[in-house]
Design a binder for this molecule. Structure first.
Ligand SMILES: [Zn+2]
Length: 322
């Protein structure tokens, strides 16, 4: 199998009541950890690259590593996706450079400007057999260069989604229902605390999601900012010299519910970062004499693999769906 688009993946996910994980890749160990887990569990997977990842690793390295994974694991469908493309030129570059899917994120613009830019990308992408994800509504949080202050985010207006999809021809739509980018998704003030004093985030807006689904029957919905920030890894980071107080994410049971509905793609990045960083911090503390990067990158890669396997089995529901 060569790289695929998400068209077939999403159709099966929609009908099967599960979602496909979209994991951000920046280096070899992350690509390996994600694809080893997906291959073992026979799950489709989306590897996504942000503008920041391209700046860090170079487009050519990233595409070559993803193509190597496709060669090694021919039995699972793998899509290569641009995360948060912000200009036509960036999307075009990725379409011309081997990606099978791009996101154009013009959600910070006016509705009409968002439509116009998205439509321009869709026309070029479809001419080249590539699919397009667009976004309506704004998520809070930080992702690479996209910074939206808490309180400045806005939920998607369901009454806009039909017109947007019809006018742009996009293939999937990211909506804002209360997920958020980064490892600090909510301020303590936005949360309540449970009996153990642990922060409990506000619930996702399933009413907004359901209204979008009613207006777009059969259409794949995407959730960004859907890491759960597992507290065991926050604790690992903090126990071994890190400082991440009150890091908090989206509860996994809510994502599982969303995956059963029309949500076909769930983006997870921070949880992989946390797993790697916690594992490396622990390794350094326990082996102060080691200096071969392979020694600490090996358990870090394993931590990525374990995290992705957990997501596939317990959150996305995509095990055995390749
Ligand atoms: Zn995002």
């Amino acid at each position: 199998m060569s790289l695929v688009t998400t068209t077939d993946m999403f159709k099966k996910a929609y009908n099967g009541g599960y979602a496909v994980g979209a994991f951000n890749v920046n280096n070899m160990e992350i690509v390996q950890g994600i694809t080893e887990a997906a291959a073992e569990l026979k799950s489709p997977v989306i590897l996504q690259v942000s503008k920041g990842a391209r700046a860090y690793a170079n487009h050519k390295y990233l595409v070559a590593m993803v193509k190597a994974a496709v060669e090694l694991y021919p039995d699972i469908p793998i899509a290569l996706h641009l995360d948060h493309g912000d200009t036509f030129e960036l999307c075009k570059d990725c379409i011309d450079g081997g990606f099978t899917s791009v996101m154009i994120d013009a959600s910070s613009k006016s509705f009409d400007d968002n439509v116009a830019l998205t439509k321009q990308v869709v026309e070029y992408a479809h001419e080249h057999g590539v699919v397009v994800e667009a976004e309506l509504g704004t998520l809070a949080g930080i992702e690479d260069e996209v910074v939206v202050e808490s309180g400045k985010e806005s939920y998607t207006h369901p009454e806009e989604v039909e017109e947007f999809v019809n006018r742009t021809g996009c293939d999937s739509l990211a909506i804002a229902i209360g997920t958020s980018h980064g490892a600090y998704k909510f301020t303590p003030e936005q949360c309540t605390r449970n009996a153990d004093g642990v922060l409990v985030p506000p619930p996702l807006r399933f009413d907004v999601l359901k209204e979008c689904i009613e207006r777009l029957p059969g259409f794949p919905i995407v959730l960004h900012g859907s890491s759960s920030v597992p507290q065991e890894f926050v604790k690992m980071v903090n126990d071994y010299g890190g400082k991440m107080p009150d890091a908090i994410g989206i509860p996994e049971d809510q994502l599982r519910e969303a995956a059963k509905l029309a949500v076909c793609k769930i983006n997870i990045d921070s949880d992989i970062r946390l797993a790697m960083t916690g594992t490396i911090r622990k390794y350094f503390a326990e082996h102060p004499d080691h200096f071969d990067p392979r020694q600490y990158l090996k358990p870090a890669r394993q931590a990525v693999k374990d995290m992705v396997a957990h997501k596939i089995k317990d959150v996305l529901g995509s095990e055995g769906k390749a």
